[in-house]
Design a protein. Structure first.
Length: 167
């Protein structure tokens, strides 16, 4: 075997090794990119469902079941709150598979805080400004901020978390 064929074989082997390394690195980068995009989408879906559920519950409080038309609307709002709750639970399941334990714990706290607000709103009978409801809203704000903080931390996004001020 001459030196030219030996050099050619070594170059081909080196090229094959470099190609394998390149494929490995690109695969990891692609997987990381997919995971990041998926998590951002799931985090946003979870928060959207949280905000929407409490918003619909607040709207429910403002309606009366006295007239048949309003009673149907009130019933539709209650159904929407349940649907949003289901969406939140579905997303929480996906987060359990994809996110860190800290994010999942924070999501569970958001869910519990949402339940408290929704329960108070649906049973408030027109008393939207009572102290337990205000305390529950403040807790929901804090839990959402903690969730956002945990989500940003899991994705290594620097910076402060903006205040969540509407439930």
């Amino acid at each position: 075997m001459n030196s030219a064929s030996l050099l050619s074989a070594a170059a081909a082997s080196l090229a094959a090794v470099l190609a394998a390394i390149n494929l490995y690195v690109l695969g990891r980068r692609e997987r990381h990119s997919w995971l990041r995009e998926t998590l951002i989408s799931e985090y946003a879906t979870y928060l959207d469902a949280s905000f929407s559920a409490t918003s619909k519950a607040r709207e429910y409080l403002g309606t009366s079941s006295d007239e048949p038309k309003r009673g149907r609307y009130r019933s539709e709002l209650a159904d929407q709150v349940l649907k949003l709750h289901g969406q939140q639970m579905h997303t929480l399941t996906r987060l359990r598979l994809l996110a860190t334990a800290e994010v999942v714990r924070a999501a569970g706290q958001v869910h519990a805080a949402d339940h408290e607000v929704i329960d108070l709103l649906s049973g408030a009978a027109g008393h939207a400004n009572n102290a337990p409801l205000e305390a529950a809203r403040k807790n929901a704000y804090a839990q959402r901020e903690a969730f956002i903080h945990a989500a940003r931390k899991s994705m290594k996004i620097p910076g402060e978390v903006a205040k969540v001020e509407r439930v």
